[in-house]
Ligand binder design. Structure first.
Ligand code: FAD
Ligand code: EPU
Length: 296
């Protein structure tokens, strides 16, 4: 790790291997900007940048990326769950601001303890709030947009607040353009009880029992909709357990690619290309590739 010269606004800037920040454990060195407020964020955005969340949907090149990689920290990774006295009603709690850098699993646990419902369907998603909102991460038991009231979005052109109604969101898609940074959100929650929320969480969590426990960025492809899911299609093509280098199509669930230890981005790219070649149906990639194109 190399500490680079300090930024004008006090952001911490370091060259770090992105493998440290991805659940796949792959990704070369890049310039990481740890930003704790809007002034630091504005400075980081003066040059080409990417925004990194929990790194749980990313396949980053072994060479890293040339752009600045922004990570939200400090107050932008804190949650104020106090009900807003003006926006909340007996039927609906609207929280204070929840930073885009807040880890989603901890947030879901806190909401359960407070007996606040709407987001428990996202249990087990190892994202940060900003990344989960940007992808509209979810399961068949619920998704991020079930519990959003207001979103703050920052671009080099400025800061704006929007509501879900302003966005064309859908399955695994918020409608927010790439690199428009979700800095914080207000949650829209339904008062319930810790027991009721926990029961729903347990139910949603049960659907994960067959998912692999190794290093992975989750499901590789979106489900095509209508008929069979991507996992079933890849499974039926006989590809479970197929390996390229140290990357493997998980034997437990064919839509997950796992790192057996020492996998490279090139290994993962080759497996993704092999799947697309062998499955008879066009599949839409869910992983985010940094940079964006499959080589070859
Ligand atoms: P990253 O992986 O860091 O980034 C993903 C994209 O979001 C990138 O384009 C990035 O630039 C952008 N982004 C990140 N932060 C922000 C921000 N603040 N503002 C704007 N854009 C941002 N997903 C599901 O939907 N459902 C599941 O059930 C599920 N299960 C998973 C299980 C495992 C074990 C793993 C490893 C992953 C799983 N995933 C699942 C995939 C992943 O968790 C989601 O796609 C999640 O939304 C990624 O969020 P992240 O914060 O990790 O984003
Ligand atoms: N199946 C197979 N073979 C496999 C995998 C699945 O035949 O290798 C079959 C299962 O038997 C089941 C069906 O396919 O009948 C659906 O499988 P599963 O219940 O595992 O759900 P999924 O559609 O594969 C989705 C999400 C997951 C989410 C789970 C649980 C997508 C692409 N995947 O998986 O999200 O965790 O439901 O709700 O939408 C992610 O997006 O990264 C992710 C992990």
């Amino acid at each position: 790790m190399t500490v680079l010269s300090p930024s004008r606004t006090g952001a911490r800037v370091e060259r770090q291997p992105l493998a440290r920040y991805t659940t796949l454990g792959v990704g070369g060195e890049s310039e990481v900007w740890f930003v704790a407020d809007h002034a630091q964020l504005a400075e980081a955005m003066e040059q080409p940048y990417r925004i990194l969340g929990g790194g749980s949907n990313l396949v980053v090149a072994d060479e890293g990326v040339p752009e600045r990689v922004i990570r939200l920290t400090g107050p932008l990774a804190q949650a104020d769950l106090t009900p807003d006295p003006v926006l909340s009603t007996p039927e609906q709690i609207v929280t204070g601001w929840v930073g885009g850098g807040v880890p989603l699993p901890g947030l879901i646990r806190k909401l359960q303890k407070l007996g606040l419902s709407n987001l428990e369907g996202t249990v087990g998603i190892p994202a940060q709030v900003g990344g989960a909102v940007w992808m509209n991460a979810g399961t068949r038991y619920g998704e991020m947009f079930d519990g959003l009231h207001t979103l703050e979005i920052v671009t080099p052109q400025g800061t704006r607040q929007v509501t879900p109604d302003d966005l064309a969101w859908g399955y695994r898609d918020s409608g927010i353009p790439r690199n428009h940074i979700v800095t914080r959100v207000r949650l829209r929650l339904r008062p319930s009880t810790p027991e009721e929320v926990l029961a729903k969480m347990d139910f949603a969590d049960h659907a994960r029992k067959g998912q692999p426990k190794m290093k992975t960025p989750g499901c590789a492809f979106k489900n095509p909709g209508g008929g069979k899911g991507a996992g079933q299609l890849i499974d039926e093509a006989g590809l479970k357990g197929t390996r390229v280098g140290a990357a493997m199509i998980a034997p437990e669930h064919a839509n997950f690619i796992v790192n057996l230890g020492g996998a490279t981005a090139a290994d993962v790219h080759a497996l993704l290309a092999l799947i697309c070649d062998r499955v008879g149906v066009p599949l839409d990639l869910e992983y985010e590739l940094w940079p964006e194109t499959l080589p070859g």
